[in-house]
Design a protein around this ligand. Structure first.
Ligand code: PLP
Length: 386
């Protein structure tokens, strides 16, 4: 095939995809990347951070990005990587917890407290590392019951190696009480990992007027026991996929990840994925410089305003949210969410469903406009009438 024919053929496939700007993608935590990232992707498309000695400039950028994210997560000396996504970031944190536990005790199954509301990436980690997971009951706000955890650690003989708190859970946006978890972790010398894959680029930029009394919004390294945070630029950070982030409190955690990599320019490799593009790193660097704190604040406020708009209109139509919006995630109660979701899909609307409660799940990402919300609610209304 000649170049023209190849491109024409590819266009046909691309046309079969949905487009963010059409507003029908209402259940995704990804969005249209910032336009500058097209140019950046072109500039960095052949870079490989799997062999950082060959791409020293791109590696320097990665260190800067980690430091820049560290700044807004209250950590002046972070260690971390921009990797393939929240899944890899969570698995990386679980590797560290598992390797620390294994170094301390032989023949002990690494045991963690992880909420039911956690992303399924932890299930992958459990399976890969044969982890033992304890899921405490949830409060009515869909956060882990702190008293239960406290009592469990006091009363049981089980040694807990790690706790995972979620800062913006996938289905509802609820934020675990990381401040209290940090106290428990500190008293018992337990590693605390925070999954802020989604919330990490939202909570630091959330104006006070959007904050609810039932949640504690502190989640970052300013809390003593928080040792690692997952935070994904390819969600609310407007970077192109793949760009997930894992940050550790300091460089001392690297030794728990390193394996020997004799044929590379750096003789150790810490990331799960070997060969990896520098596009996510450079794009994250670029978008962060361009938007700055003010840009992310504006973006967050716009999404939150539209989220409240959706909830208000949905309530008027008789649909109740499971919780008031904590972040730009809405779960609307529904008796048969699977069926409603399928019917909506046939009408061209792509929402998703929750597992922890019977509800439809809608994410108000930057590409979702009020007119899309109006049309979607019209469709939802007609589905429920029939
Ligand atoms: N953690 C949370 C809280 C998420 O919401 C998600 C994805 O939605 C992930 C982890 C996994 O991220 P990814 O799909 O980028 O691997």
């Amino acid at each position: 095939m000649d170049e023209k024919a190849v491109l024409e053929e590819l266009k046909k496939y691309r046309k079969m995809d949905l487009k963010y700007e059409d507003g029908a993608i209402l259940g995704s935590m990804c969005t249209k990347p910032h336009p500058i990232t097209k140019k950046i992707s072109d500039m960095f498309f052949e870079t490989n951070l799997g062999d950082p000695g060959l791409f020293g400039g791109t590696k320097k950028l990665e260190d800067e990005v980690i430091n820049n994210i560290g700044k807004f997560l209250n950590n002046p000396n972070p260690f971390g990587y921009i990797i393939s996504g929240g899944t890899e970031a969570n698995i990386t944190a679980m590797r560290v917890i598992n390797n620390i536990a294994k170094a301390k005790r032989k023949n002990h199954k690494t045991t963690l407290i992880i909420p039911e509301t956690a992303h399924f990436s932890f299930e992958k980690a459990r399976e890969m590392m044969d982890l033992n997971i304890i899921s405490p009951p949830l409060t009515k706000h869909y956060t882990m019951d702190i008293n239960y955890i406290h009592d469990f650690i006091e009363d049981s003989n089980t040694t807990i190696d790690g706790i995972v708190g979620i800062a913006g859970c996938t289905e509802l946006g609820a934020i675990d009480n990381i401040k209290e978890l940090s106290k428990i972790a500190e008293q018992n010398n337990i590693f605390l990992h925070v999954d802020a894959a989604f919330g990490g680029f939202v909570i630091p930029f959330l104006e006070n007027k959007y904050k609810l009394d039932n949640y504690c919004y502190e989640f970052d390294f300013s809390l003593n026991s928080v040792k690692s945070i997952t935070i994904d630029p390819h969600k609310m950070g407007l970077a192109p996929i793949p760009a997930g982030g894992i940050l550790f409190r300091n460089h001392s955690f690297k030794k728990y990840l390193d394996v020997e990599a004799p044929y590379l320019t750096d003789i150790h490799q810490a990331t799960l994925i070997g060969t990896r593009s520098g596009v996510g790193v450079a794009s994250t660097w670029g978008v962060m410089k361009l938007l700055g704190e003010k840009g992310y604040k504006n973006l967050t406020s716009e999404c939150m305003d539209k989220t409240h708009y959706l909830v208000k209109k949905a309530k008027n139509l008789g649909f109740k949210p499971v919780i008031d919006p904590v972040l730009n995630i809405v779960a609307l109660k529904d008796d048969n969410p699977e069926e409603t979701c399928l019917k909506l899909r046939k009408m061209g609307w792509f929402v998703s469903i929750c597992k922890c409660v019977k509800a439809l799940r809608i994410i108000i990402m930057p590409h979702v406009e009020k007119e899309h919300i109006d049309k979607f609610l019209g469709a939802l209304g007609s589905v429920k009438k029939n």
